[in-house]
Design a protein around this ligand. Sequence first.
Ligand SMILES: *Cc1c(COP(=O)(O)O)cnc(C)c1O
Length: 480
Amino acid sequence: MRSHLLNDLTAEHYRRSVTEGVERVAAKLAATDRPFTGITVDALAPRIDRIDLDRPLHDTTAVLDELEEVYLRDAVYFHHPRYVAHLNCPVVIPAVLGEAMLSAVNSSLDTWDQSAGGTLIERKLIDWTAARVGLGPAADGVFTSGGTQSNLQALLLAREEAKTSDLAKLRVFTSEVSHFSVRKSAKLLGLGPDAVVSIPADHDKRMRTVALAHELERCRRGGLVPMAVVATAGTTDFGSIDPLPETAELCAQYGTWLHVDAAYGCGLLASLKYRDRIDGIEHADSVTVDYHKSFFQPVSSSAVLVRDTATLRHATYHAEYLNPRRMVRERIPNQVDKSLQTTRRFDALKLWMTLRVMGADGVGELFDQVCDLAREGWRLLVTDPRFDVVVEPALSTLVFRYIPAAVTDPVEIDRANLHARKALFASGDAVVAGTKVGGRHYLKFTLLNPETRAADLAAVLDLIAGHAEQYLGEFLDRAS
Ligand SMILES: *Cc1c(COP(=O)(O)O)cnc(C)c1O
C-alpha cells in the first residue's frame, strides 16, 4: 500500500497515474457532443449503489473504467457551448495546471510554516485584486471557499464594526434580488428575523436608491442601527449592477458599512471594454469576488477584500499550537489570522498561473466576449415574437420566457416554460436555467463560455420553442 503514498519513491507512479487520468478527461472533452446525456437519477443511482466501497479494485485503470460509468460519461460539461445555465465557467488550462500542482504539494495556507511561498503568492494576488478594485493603501483580504463564505465574513466584520452590540437593533439593507447568502449570513450572525431589509429593485433589477434612502432614514428614526448595505455588482439572476456611487454616498451619510457583492461582476475588474460598469466599487468597505465565476477558474477560488486591514482582526483567534500571539510580533505572516477557515487550500495558485500565463487582459478579453454575446442574444430575443425578455444585460445573463401566440392562460404559459427547461435537460441537447420574475416562470441563459456563438443561442431558442409548443399542443388537445 505504501506505493500509493506520494513521495520520492513513487514519483514515477504518480506521473503515470495522473497522466492516465488526464488522458481520460482529455478524451472526454474532445468527444463531448452535448453538455449532458440526459441521464436520470433513477438510472444513475443503482450504478453507484452497487459499488462496494469495502472491496477496492486495487488497480487505477480499472477504477478509471468504473469512473467512466458512474461519473465521466454522464457529467454536466460546462465547456460545451450549449451549457448556458448557471454561473459555471469553462476553466482555463493554466488554472487546471495550478490545481494539479497545489493538491500534489498540498500546502495549507493557514500558516507560514505550512506554505511559505504560497502565503506570499496569495497575499500578492489579494493586493493585486484590491488595487484593481481601488480600495486604497490599507486594503487587505483573504481567499475563501466561495462567495457565500466571503459574504458571511464581510458581514461578520460589519457586525463587529457596528455602533451597537445589541444584535436586535442591527439592520442590513440589500436589494430584493441579492444573493440568498446575505440572509443566511444574517441568521448565522445571530441577527433578528427582521434584520435584513429588502429594498425593491427598479425595472432593470437594480436596487432603488430612493427606497434605500427612505429605509435608512426610517431605521435611524426608529432608533435602530444600520449595520451594512449590501450592494450587488452582478446579481445572480439578472447580472444587474446596483448603482454603486449613489449607494456609497448613502452609506457615508448614514455611517454604514458598504459591502459590494461582486461574486459575478468581478470579471469586469479585468475587462478591457466594460470596467466602467462597476465604477464606485472603490468606495466599498468590503468586496466579494468569485474568481470561479468570471475569471474562468476551477471551483473553489474566491476572496473577500477589505478597505482596512485592521477590520480583519474580528476573525482573529490565536492558538498556541498554530499561530500564537508572539508570531504577530515576529511578523510571521499567518493567513489563518484573517480567515474563517483553518486548514485551507492554496487556491490562489490557480489565479497566479492564469495571470502569469495569460495575463489579466487575457481573462478580461474572455469575459468581454461573453458580455458581447449577451448583447447579441438580447437582440435575438427582442426581435423574436415568440419570446419575452426581462432586462437588457449589464453582464452576461438573459432572462426570458416563451410566449405562445394562441394561449393566454398564465398558468399554462408557466408550465410550458417549465416543461421546455425539463425536456431540454432530459434531451441533453442544451442546459438552461430558470427563475421567477413577478411570480411567473422564466428561463435563463447565463453566458460564461466564450465559445458559445449567437447561432448556438438561436438554436437553443428554437429547441425551447419546440418543446413548449409540443407541450401546449398537448394542452390544447386536452382542453378541446
Ligand atoms: C454565486 C453568488 C454568490 C455565492 O457564491 P458561491 O461561490 O456560490 O458560494 C454570492 N453572491 C452572488 C451575487 C453570486 O452570484
